[in-house]
Write a new protein. Structure first.
Length: 474
């Protein structure tokens, strides 16, 4: 334990820890100011030797110097002595006036938090802030067909996740679940819960079956009433399944085609879009809708150019591509979509085929935008961008004329056409008939990626920058 890991208060610990987490949304915005809005107290009856408050789910507001404020869910556990096997999840220590030195851990990695959460879900129970309901309350819900898992079942945190934290719980003889802890909180129903529940209720086998969820209320500094939304979502876990990103990148590395898989994925995507069009609200695309879409695309261009100077040479061409959307002759109805669709959001199951995951939409978009009906083409554009990533991530920095770069381009192009063929054959409107819209949406996604990579993975930024160049420079 280093001296830097000691602090006077929990917020002091969080000040150095929160900005380093993958789920922190304020990267690039400067050092945030943290404020505790409230929280929830959970009870672990597993004899884990916690010290008060034991399991404390904090609602923390982080405000960056540019005035952007985001609320986070931060589950913590408190122990009177260190736990060696939790060293990787240790935030640090602080001296509590009433209880002395306490060791603070990131809750999802601590069995005490997992047990407490599973108990809440199993009992369809409620949780409250120790300071009164106004500062936090929650309740667990099991939908029809939902189920509970033994709170003592073994669990592990999945690595690699960016905007949330997921925990797999695999009890022997029971249906395993994966619990997603939503880290970034926004008032309103989370589309990951709403959309997957609607698809499952409609009989779709292309999503994991919902088991339970936790909805909560927390203080809203900008409103007169508490904010309400989802805190946790638990659904079926499919052992032995593999994500499409891994399968695709392994194919690239081995020089294998991926066209058959891409075609099947296109058909599965069209199937989900067709189900969503009837299971959740949709509306026709009129001239006002096209104008609004173009305005949104133009705003994205301006946002991206302000954020990344390397995009400045493409500004005029990008604005022209976005503005052309106003003049398309027709488009399919606006409907609920996935919203952040890529190879990492799809699993392949030997028994079920392609399974779609994570219907939250892009983490940087406001929740109101992520839940609004949109063009199904946006998902198509996202997957096309993902094939480009799968092909090119291993050739970052390689000369475009190098044989490896040429092979990557050919692989991505073949997957693109196969996916579009499968989508059209699976009942979707052939995206190639909507060239102006598809190009604008691919550009929109690539611009988002440029900003994201600049802030999080700068060595990869040439992948989306190359896509912007290909989309705009003939």
């Amino acid at each position: 334990m280093t001296a830097a890991a000691r602090a006077r208060t929990v917020l002091d610990l969080l000040a150095g820890w929160v900005p380093r987490q993958r789920w922190y949304a304020g990267k690039g915005g400067g050092t945030p100011e943290l404020a505790r809005l409230g929280g929830l107290l959970l009870t672990d009856d597993g004899g884990s030797h916690l010290s008060p408050p034991g399991v404390d789910v904090l609602f923390v507001r982080a405000t960056t110097p540019d005035g952007v404020a985001v609320t986070y869910q931060v589950p913590l556990t408190f122990r009177p002595t260190p736990v060696p096997e939790l060293e990787h999840a240790l935030l640090g220590t602080y001296d509590d006036a009433a209880y002395g030195e306490r060791w603070v851990y990131d809750g999802p990695h601590d069995p005490a938090y997992v047990r407490a959460l599973l108990r809440l879900l199993a009992d369809e129970g409620e949780a409250w802030s120790g300071e009164g309901a106004a500062l936090g309350r929650a309740r667990a819900v099991q939908p029809p067909g939902g189920w509970a898992v033994d709170p003592g079942a073994p669990a592990k945190v999945l690595g690699g996740e960016q905007s949330n934290t997921s925990i797999v719980v695999d009890a022997a003889g029971e249906r395993p679940v994966i619990m997603k802890i939503f880290r970034v909180l926004a008032g309103g129903d989370n589309p990951d819960v709403v959309v997957q529940t609607a698809l499952a209720a409609a009989g779709s086998t292309r999503v994991a079956r919902p088991a339970a969820w936790v909805e909560g209320w927390w203080p809203d500094p900008g409103g007169k009433t508490p904010a309400h939304g989802h805190l946790v979502y638990a659904c079926e876990f499919l052992p032995g399944s593999r994500d499409a990103w891994r399968e695709a990148t392994e194919a690239v590395a081995a020089g294998r085609p991926f066209t058959e898989q891409a075609r099947g994925l296109g058909a599965a995507t069209a199937e989900v879009h067709t189900t969503l069009a009837t299971a959740l609200p949709s509306r026709p695309v009129d001239r006002a809708a096209l104008d609004a879409l173009a305005d949104g695309l133009l705003a994205r261009v301006d946002w991206a150019v302000r954020a990344v100077r390397a995009l400045e040479p493409f500004t005029d061409a990008a604005r022209t591509a976005a503005d052309l959307v106003r003049y398309v002759g027709s488009a399919r109805d606006l409907q609920q979509i996935h919203g952040d669709y890529h190879l990492g959001q799809v699993l392949h199951s030997a028994s079920r085929g392609w399974i779609l995951l994570d219907f939250e939409g892009e983490p940087l978009r406001p929740l109101s935008e992520r839940t609004a009906p949109d063009l199904a083409l946006r998902d198509v554009a996202g997957m096309l961008r993902s094939f480009d990533y799968a092909a090119r991530h291993a050739t970052v920095g390689v000369d475009p004329n190098d044989a490896r770069a040429v092979a990557a381009q050919a692989w991505a192009s073949a997957c693109r056409e196969a996916f579009l063929d499968g989508y059209a054959a699976g009942g979707g409107d052939d995206p190639r008939r909507r060239e102006v819209l598809l190009r604008a949406l691919e550009l929109d996604k690539a611009l988002y990626e440029v900003v994201y990579e600049t802030r999080n993975r700068p060595t990869w930024v040439q992948i989306p920058l190359g896509a912007v160049r290909r989309l705009l420079v003939a």
